[in-house]
Write a protein that binds this ligand. Structure first.
Ligand code: GTP
Length: 321
């Protein structure tokens, strides 16, 4: 065990690139955050402040349940700490949000299976292909051998977009014109194993959870991947646009019910006024039978470095800045 240092050093500053994205996250969430932070600008803690906070959290799309949960938790913390200064209350809210979001913070594990097979799903335009491109970049930079599967056989442009990412990252791609998404995925898993790849990522076509035949198609992709490798898919990732607020929560619920998700990527958290939806997802996740769904990554822009791992505390702080 490491003995506590007699004079604790301040926590080291985040490395420059992380600081860069945190600034973008803070800026992005400032539309959400300024309204919440505004609540604490007074000099005294009043009942009105709680009411304003309720409105601000609802406007940030935290949803009714998570808003009520956070307010109740905050009141308890305020009482316990005997806090009277609004700035102290703001700090307590950061703690409450950090604790609520904590279970969502978990890293994506690669290497337990070779190849690790990931299936990426979501509604149209959520940011699936872009996120796959960014993730591939990170994995390739860490010397992982990646194979991409263009299981969006529906749109030629989607295949092209994925092959641009494959070229850019110098990774291989399995693609079939007019093929069947399940068979492309099946071929990719076999090819990934034969070629000694570390990771196979299947990009699927965007769809709404209400399009039942398309959801059935995804279930088929999942089943057929398992025929190529009985332990796969190891990850079923849903990409959700953080800008869609409560709708994002509905997508998480619906895709989880159809496919049993293993993780989330929440994109477009730059420039949104709806960052509170993560609190709603976290609260729902608590009651999920299979346990919390981790948010592996968040997207805070269109550049390669804008896909970042999720930190509950950093997010809570950005939300209240
Ligand atoms: N601002 C911002 N834009 C993003 C982010 N992630 C993705 N985008 C943009 O969102 C748009 C849609 O992204 P795609 O990756 O094509 O989305 P998709 O889910 O693959 O779309 P379909 O294949 O049509 O279902 C693109 O213009 C991306 O550049 C993000 O974190 N922030």
């Amino acid at each position: 065990m490491v003995a506590p240092s007699p004079s604790p050093e301040p926590a080291p500053a985040p490395p420059p690139e992380r600081e860069g994205w945190m600034a973008r996250l803070r800026k992005g969430l400032s539309r959400t955050g300024s309204a919440i932070a505004q609540v604490f600008t007074g000099t005294q803690l009043t009942e009105e402040m709680y009411e304003e906070l309720e409105t601000a959290l609802l406007q940030a799309d935290a949803g009714v349940k998570a808003t009520e949960f956070l307010l109740k938790d905050l009141r308890r913390r305020v009482k316990e700490a005997k806090a009277t200064d609004p700035q102290q209350v703001r700090e307590l809210l950061i703690e409450a949000i950090t604790e609520l979001l904590g279970p969502l913070e978990r890293g994506l594990v690669v290497g337990e299976y070779t190849p690790t097979v990931m299936m990426v799903v979501g509604v149209n335009g959520a940011g699936k292909t872009t996120s796959i491109g960014k993730l591939t970049h990170h994995l390739a930079a860490a010397d992982c051998r990646v194979l991409l599967a263009a299981a969006d056989t529906f749109r030629a442009a989607a295949r092209e977009q994925l092959s641009v990412w494959a070229d850019r990252n110098r990774v291989e791609i399995v693609s079939q014109e007019g093929g069947d998404p399940a068979s492309v995925s099946f071929d990719a898993v076999n090819a990934g194993r034969a070629r000694g790849c570390d990771v196979v990522i299947a990009d699927t076509a965007g769809r709404l959870p209400t399009q039942l035949h398309l959801m059935e198609e995804l279930r088929k992709v999942r089943r057929v991947i398992a025929k190529a490798d009985a332990t796969a898919p190891h990850e079923v990732l849903l990409v959700v646009d953080g800008n869609t607020g409560q709708n994002a929560l509905n997508q998480v619920k619906a895709f989880d019910e159809a496919l049993t998700l293993t993780g989330l990527v929440v994109t477009k958290l730059d420039g949104t006024a709806k960052g509170g939806v993560l609190a709603a997802i976290a609260l729902w996740s608590r009651e999920r039978q299979l346990g919390s769904i981790p948010v592996y990554f968040i997207g805070v822009g269109e550049k390669l470095e804008d896909l970042q791992t999720f930190s509950a505390r950093e997010f809570a702080k950005a939300l209240l800045s």
